[in-house]
Design a protein around this ligand. Structure first.
Ligand code: ADP
Length: 366
């Protein structure tokens, strides 16, 4: 019988930590599994230094695997510990079922518009939704939600400060834009922006959420790397227009998420501005950026196109006025986003059934 990661995970879900009586998978102790023919390498990530049960757990794992696959298989088990102190942030993130990053190869393709309208549409379908604006260099979420002049309230829990996210149209929102003027954010240097993002992540009281969407800055950079170290992302979505130049940048972004070290599943592509249909000629479709669109990219990378969203007249104005188009459920924008939301709900469900939870990226320090 060929050794498969899913089978090993299943076996590990029957190995319990002697102290808690809970299995290794539920406890989140299994950081990585690699299989090479008959060789199984498992990396465990203990929550404390020198867990006294490390050796007995290692023995139990080896026995379970050999009982299933025979004594010929080689089982290597590495035990690391989580060097990061347990911060209060993780309590707040713990109640979030799915965390999805929304990225794009370049700016101006509609990533924030998609994030906003998708969040609103999910909330209107009854899901508990949060939206974190991680575009620390150019935050636009406060404007798109018409809340640029508002400020979230702070609260203290066990001597630590937390921020209660604002709630608009049923979506909990958080953005650096609430605390600095957008012009100031633009001149930030890397460490300032990444520190600000860390603070937003660790100090926001999200509560219980079905989906937390994270609107990333365009391209790849330090914000992306900070995020994958701070948060275990369920997956990433990529927004692109059909233009060829945009597609090349998109490939770089996808390669980053899929790289061995980062290993965040890319769930699919959202094609935005696919065509334009004038209101007075609803039968006509004008493919302003070409008809081929993201199809080639989708085939090359074996990623589904989750939706094709046309250019909507008036959507820009709606965004500027802080009334996301998806609020009007029966409008063409509302319908397009309802369909997108439904396909995203099902692709996430599928991902959770097929793949193990993502692990935060751990940068090894000596
Ligand atoms: P990004 O976040 O990728 O930089 P934005 O979401 O800010 O891009 O969108 C750029 C501009 O394009 C905005 O003015 C936005 O209102 C507009 N826009 C985005 N998607 C659409 C669409 N499908 N139809 C019409 N306008 C759109």
């Amino acid at each position: 019988m060929a050794i498969e990661i899913t089978k090993i995970r299943e076996l590990l879900s029957f190995v319990n930590h002697p102290e808690t009586g809970k299995d290794l998978i539920s406890l989140g102790l299994v950081h990585d599994i690699k299989i090479d023919g008959n060789k199984v390498e498992i990396t465990l990530l203990f929550k404390r230094v020198n867990d006294p049960f490390t050796n007995s757990i290692k023995k139990a794992i080896e026995k379970t695997i050999k009982d299933s696959f025979g004594n010929d298989c080689e089982v290597l088990i590495y035990a690391n510990h989580n060097k990061k102190p347990q911060n209060p942030e993780y309590d707040s993130l713990k109640e979030i079922k799915n965390i999805i990053a929304i990225s794009s190869g370049k700016g101006g393709v509609g990533k924030s518009t998609v994030s906003t309208n998708l969040a609103v549409s999910l909330a209107m379908q009854g899901y508990k939704v949060g939206l974190l604006d991680a575009d620390c260099y150019g935050p636009s979420i406060p404007t798109m939600f018409g809340s640029q002049n508002m400020q979230p309230q702070a609260t203290r829990i066990e001597q630590k400060d937390f921020i209660i996210p604002l709630e608009r149209f049923g979506v909990k929102i958080q953005s650096i834009g609430f605390y600095v003027k957008p012009d100031n954010a633009l001149v930030w240097r890397g460490p300032m922006a990444t520190n600000a993002l860390k603070q937003l992540i660790t100090q926001t009281l999200w509560g219980e959420l079905d989906y937390l969407l994270i609107d990333l800055p365009p391209g790849t950079g330090d914000i992306h790397l900070t995020l994958v170290q701070e948060i275990a992302l369920t997956g990433a979505l990529v927004v692109s227009t059909p233009q060829q130049v945009a597609l090349l940048d998109v490939m770089k972004g996808i390669a980053m998420f899929q790289s061995e070290k980062i290993n965040v599943p890319v769930l699919g592509i959202i094609e935005n501005m696919s065509w334009f249909t004038p209101k007075e000629m609803p039968e006509n479709k004008y493919f302003l950026f070409g008809k081929k669109g993201c199809q080639e990219l989708s085939e090359k990378l074996s990623l589904p196109i989750l939706a094709k969203i046309p250019l909507f007249e008036g959507l820009s104005e709606d965004s500027d006025e802080g009334t996301p188009g998806a609020l009007e459920v029966e409008s063409p924008v509302g319908i397009a986003y309802k369909e997108l939301a439904q396909s995203i709900v099902s692709i996430i469900k599928e991902r959770n059934e097929l793949l193990p939870p993502t692990q935060r990226v751990i940068i090894q320090t000596k």
